[in-house]
Ligand binder design. Sequence first.
Ligand code: GLA
Length: 712
Amino acid sequence: MIEIGADDRTWLLSGPTSSYALRLTDRDELLHLHWGPRIALADAEALAAAPTPPERPFESWLDGREEYPVEGGPRFVRPALSVRGGGVRGTEWRFLRWAEGADGELQLHFTDAVHGLQVTLSYRMRGDVVERYAVLLNASTGATDLEVLRADSATWTLPPRERWRFSQLHGRWAAESRLVRSELTYGERVIGSRRGHTGHQHLPWVELDADGATEEHGEVYSCALAWSGSWRISVHRLPDGAVQITGGSGHDDSGQELLPPGTAIATPVFAGLWSDSGFGGTSRTWHAYQRAHVIPDADEVRPVLYNSWEATGFDISEEQQRALAERAAELGVELFVVDDAWFGARVSDRAGLGDWTPNPDRFPGGLGPLADHVHALGMRFGIWVEPEMVNADSDLYRAHPDWVQHHPGRARTEFRNQLVLNLAREDVRNHLWEQLDALLTGAPVDYVKWDFNRCFTDAGWPGEPYPQRLWDAHVHGFYDLLDRLRAAHPTVAFESCSGGGGRVDLGVLARTDQVWTSDNTDPLDRLAIQHGFSQIHPARVMAAWVTDSPNTQLNGRVSSLRFRFVSAMAGVLGVGGDLTRWSAAERAEARDWVELYKEIRPVVQLGDLYRLRDPDGGPCAVQYVRGDDVVVLAWLPAQAYGQETPPVRLRGLDPAAAYACADTGAVHRGAVLLHHGLRTGLRGDLDAAVFRLRRLADVTDAADAYSGLAQS
Ligand code: GLA
């Protein structure tokens, strides 16, 4: 809902618990007024009437107050917009008008007479999440192209507070989304990706809490970009202590666009959220927002999948995949995915990428017979692809060496023996569309794992007058291809993967059904990765596999099936071990875990998440609540001699209600679980447990059972 002040220059947008307000001065400066708890229009008008700060010789009266600081004029902050045309740089706009778009979107239109540039700033409330983006239109009647050197999606302004703490999700391959918090001091903190994809190094998300928030209390601001290419977010603490966050697509001078007359570009959405319910409340609102407005079909639970990558690597055959499928079906798996190496000459990572037809030695009848077998076993059938890449040793590259990103005369850098196709090119996109559409039409494929296994390094586009636009245009090409495939094959689900979690963001989540969280499937390492991931994204998209023990990847850790399953049950459960080597007893145990997961799945995937204890080396636990159902997953990495595992205090329960635990048979009083906690009985090393609780209609059923489990 948009409310407008009596001056026609003050706007107020409100969600269920929060409001956002801004105003235009009589000099057409667009100033921020409020982002925080819900207020009335009269409050916004009072803020608009507050006296302007006194002018000081060395400081700008605009810095720290503007909604979208452009380059030029009395500003010293990082500009959100930098435009050059006809030898003139910078922007000086006049207000044109405002309009209400679909879904109560506030659109503010400005024009720069010198450039003939129209700038539209958009604001849309989705619950308490504010979605912001900008549209630039070259409306000049002349022939001058404009160069957009930088167009951020939005600048966010935080209120004055004593202290600010900055949280980020940093990482690397196999160790993504690790949460760190640090004091925000003066100057700029800049995070981003110069890699052409979102990157393992940072999720495009920042969080700032005021004056020491905790998991369930305190004021928290967070912002997330809906973009899967290079990006940059700058958090700036200005000399007077004010804090602004500016972000958008493109790093440094990448993401530049040429804007010929009559053309327009839209930035990706930069979404912002204020919450006074601490980090946990912030996460729950982000999760609800994504399930309601971002993720396709998010009210449907995701199936349990099997993927053979860790078990078989590149050494695959139809017979072996059939055998694995039979074992997977016995466990209760619902979706069987053939990973890499089913196509072209792909018997190692040296060849075949780009040739998306089944390898005739490995799949003599194509993928159809295996797909039919998988379907006959009662499972859905999925495949792995990496469409944006090509091996030099491939038919595609031999036919079209000019289709890869490259600079003429310079080396073509290979990572994992592969080069990046230039999806900004229409002929490349059309070729991929034909290949992938034929693949999905030719075999009954229900699921596509879409991988992206290297960064951009030689982002050149010979023959293109403005090759810089490749950085953004490749990502739009990727989005267009995915959107087109989804529209043509509406029953096919897609997973975003990039060597694990290298392409996880709100942009890709709008067009995929789940993401591969990390190539690291170690169940203990995963707890920290999943903890970070859960700060912004819901369990509904967080794929997690149970693999072999000892872990075949890097660390060789030995852990029980129990620990591995309970770790992976915190997201979308999958199995990725070599099932031909699991004993009958292990397979029987795994079947029970899969069955249990299916029972708790609606609560885990669609419920509200409470992080009860963080994975900082000691016992940790998460809780999900959906209606009357409650699930607690608890883990103990290691127990010190003589040290009892403390009970975990639950959250989000009705203190006046009683809760029956299906796993222990105990009936607990809500108030006791909230205040004194649930005894988990975990002991030893790498122990884990699942507790299913259901609210009872009648509290008198509760005998009181603080104990639940005997003390260890
Ligand atoms: C990436 C993915 C893995 C697997 C391999 C196949 O590394 O993250 O899960 O699909 O590619 O080459």
